[in-house]
Structure formats: structure tokens, C-alpha cells
Unconditional design. Structure first.
Length: 156
């Protein structure tokens, strides 16, 4: 069994011994098979090695896979008019933990915490303060019956 990380590219190499055909005449692909859909990845042949580059599966598969899910995998070789499957196995899918979020609401926070001012209450307080000041001033200023030198001078 091979492990394929869902969001990462993977390079797989196979050692092969070819007889009866010229290695230059061989072509093929590695297939991942999921729900009767085959995803094929071309092979590259070098000396006695076959290499396959598998792109991140989340870029090409539209199915929702589950972490640990196993899917069929096989190597298909065509040499002349001969079709061969020299390797078959299962591929275990490794899906990293991710969290996706989408914005559902944008609200101006200042709207909800903006202070409110009750003007009527302030006007009432100001009125009370003015009345108290007037009372204090009236208490301090008491009318006198004696005329001061200044008031006598003013009469002249």
C-alpha cells in the first residue's frame, strides 16, 4: 500500500526488468481508480526505472475523500500491441486537518457599543445646579439698610 497526501505532489518510482520489447517502445500510465473514474498519470521511462509524478489530488479530484480512505492504484504498460498491468495495489489517502471559514456577517462594532446621551436628564441637572447657585448667591448677598459711602456719593 502506498500513502498519498491529498494536498501534496508525489513522485513514485518503479524498478522494472523489461524483456521481449525495446524499452523505447513502452508507454503507459499509473491509474488511481475511484468510483469507476480513472485518473491517469503518464509514466517516464529511464533505464530500468519508471517514474510517475502525481499532482496534489485536491487539485484534480472533485470527490470528497475521507482521511484514511483507500482507492485502487495500478500501473498500466503498453508495449506494441500488448497491454500489461505489472503492479496493482491500494493507495491510502492522507488528508491533513484543515479548517475552512467563510464570512457570514460583518457588523460595525462601534454601532453596538456607542454610548447614548440622555439630553433631558442633563438639562434637568443643569437647571438644578443653576437653582442651587442662585440660592447660594442670594444667601451670601443680604440687603443692608445702612447706606455705604459709595451709595451716598452716588446720590449726590
Amino acid at each position: 500500500m502506498i500513502l498519498i497526501k491529498f494536498n501534496e505532489a508525489k513522485r513514485i518510482k518503479f524498478d522494472v526488468n523489461v524483456s521481449g520489447f525495446d524499452i523505447k517502445d513502452i508507454r503507459g500510465s499509473m491509474k488511481l481508480i475511484l468510483e469507476n473514474v480513472e485518473y491517469g498519470f503518464p509514466i517516464k521511462i529511464m533505464d530500468n526505472t519508471i517514474a510517475v509524478e502525481i499532482p496534489p489530488l485536491n487539485d484534480i479530484m472533485k470527490y470528497k475523500l475521507v482521511d484514511g480512505q483507500s482507492i485502487k492504484a495500478q500501473l498500466d504498460i503498453i508495449a506494441g500491441d500488448t497491454y500489461l498491468v505489472p503492479w496493482k495495489d491500494m493507495a491510502k489517502i492522507d488528508i491533513p486537518v484543515t479548517v475552512e471559514a467563510s464570512m457570514s456577517e460583518i457588523k460595525d462594532i462601534m454601532e453596538s457599543i456607542r454610548p447614548t446621551i440622555n439630553i433631558e436628564a442633563i438639562e434637568e441637572e443643569v437647571k438644578e445646579i443653576k437653582e442651587k447657585k442662585v440660592e447660594r448667591i442670594e444667601e451670601k448677598v443680604k440687603p443692608t439698610k445702612n447706606k455705604s459711602k459709595f451709595s451716598k456719593a452716588m446720590e449726590k
